[in-house]
Ligand binder design. Structure first.
Ligand SMILES: NC(=O)c1ccc[n+]([C@@H]2O[C@H](COP(=O)([O-])OP(=O)(O)OC[C@H]3O[C@@H](n4cnc5c(N)ncnc54)[C@H](OP(=O)(O)O)[C@@H]3O)[C@@H](O)[C@H]2O)c1
Length: 265
């Protein structure tokens, strides 16, 4: 009861419209994260921490965010697969900034399905990045959210998580695992003041998908960004991009396996 009241009061750390004022991105050079941060900074987010491997890309994004009005943009070295370092990195950030309203889990790799089947170590790298790295960072984040009494965790899952396809089952399975993990985590936190929002985009035109065959109806990172911000405003638990894919995927999910197997998607 008391915990819920404190959590509610601390929710006021966000501005009066409910937009986060401080954001940490794990995977700070992601194109989707960059577009999302621009939207959030336009909505008065002022403190941004970009944690990732690519300092040049994060530096360019930092310049852009300053031009949109961010007052602090910090760059932190972070590698999703180096799980032993995650506690220290996340602890340092929460200690330095006192309150982080929102953490976005944006790192991920697509990998190459054929190469992964040929060389299982490559498939393991996809799993370690997309799943193990996310399990580690989500759980450490939630620990620090619990210390501050509130927070929103946004997890970039994928439509690929909804039903794993034979053509990209390595990536799809890592996203299915991540999505299930994030759902359970969110359910376990109901009433704690900590929220988990899962984002399931379809094909997004970013550096991750550059050079791959486009799926039908690709979207730009801006579209994903606006959907994320709208999802936050509405307090959504799951955001489908585009929204009608929720219905399409619920049909796909229930297709009998022998039929699903024949579909070339
Ligand atoms: N694009 C799509 O169609 C699509 C669809 C659904 C979901 N998603 C998901 O959305 C998220 C963002 O992807 P995106 O489309 O924005 O692609 P992106 O621009 O390629 O972003 C992915 C980011 O992950 C980072 N990363 C990869 N391995 C890492 C590691 N070991 N440690 C730290 N950072 C690492 C990359 O950093 P480096 O610069 O250091 O490589 C890159 O900045 C991913 O989880 C992806 O699976 C994407």
């Amino acid at each position: 009861m008391l915990q819920a009241a404190v959590a509610e009061r601390l929710e006021d750390m966000k501005d009066s419209f409910g937009y986060p004022q401080s954001v940490l991105v794990l995977g700070g050079s992601s194109d989707i994260a960059g577009a999302t941060l621009i939207e959030l900074v336009k909505q008065r987010c002022r403190t941004v921490v970009l944690a990732g491997r690519n300092r040049d890309a994060m530096g360019s994004l930092a310049t852009e965010l300053h031009s949109f009005g961010a007052t602090v943009v910090d760059l932190v070295d972070f590698d999703a697969v180096d799980v032993k370092t995650h506690e220290q990195i996340i602890s340092n950030i929460f200690t330095k900034y006192k309150n982080i309203d929102l953490v976005l889990i944006a790192f991920g790799i697509l990998g190459n399905q054929n190469e992964g089947e040929e060389d299982p170590l490559k498939a393991v790298c996809v799993a370690e990045t997309n799943f193990t790295g996310a399990v580690s960072t989500c759980l450490w984040t939630v620990k620090y959210f619990k210390h501050q009494g509130y927070g929103t965790l946004v997890v970039l899952s994928s439509l690929a998580a909804e039903r794993v396809r034979k053509n990209n089952f390595i990536y799809g399975a890592t996203k299915a695992g991540l999505d299930g993990f994030a759902q359970g985590l969110g359910d376990s936190l109901v009433g704690s003041g900590i929220k988990v929002m899962i984002v399931r985009p379809g094909f997004v035109l970013t550096k991750m998908t550059k050079g791959t065959k486009s799926a039908p109806m690709p979207v730009t990172p801006d579209v994903v960004a606006r959907s994320i911000v709208k999802g936050l405003e509405l307090g959504k638990e799951i955001v489908w991009i585009p929204p009608f894919m929720r219905i399409v995927m619920s049909l796909v999910r229930h297709l009998p396996r022998p039929i699903f197997r024949q579909i070339k998607i």
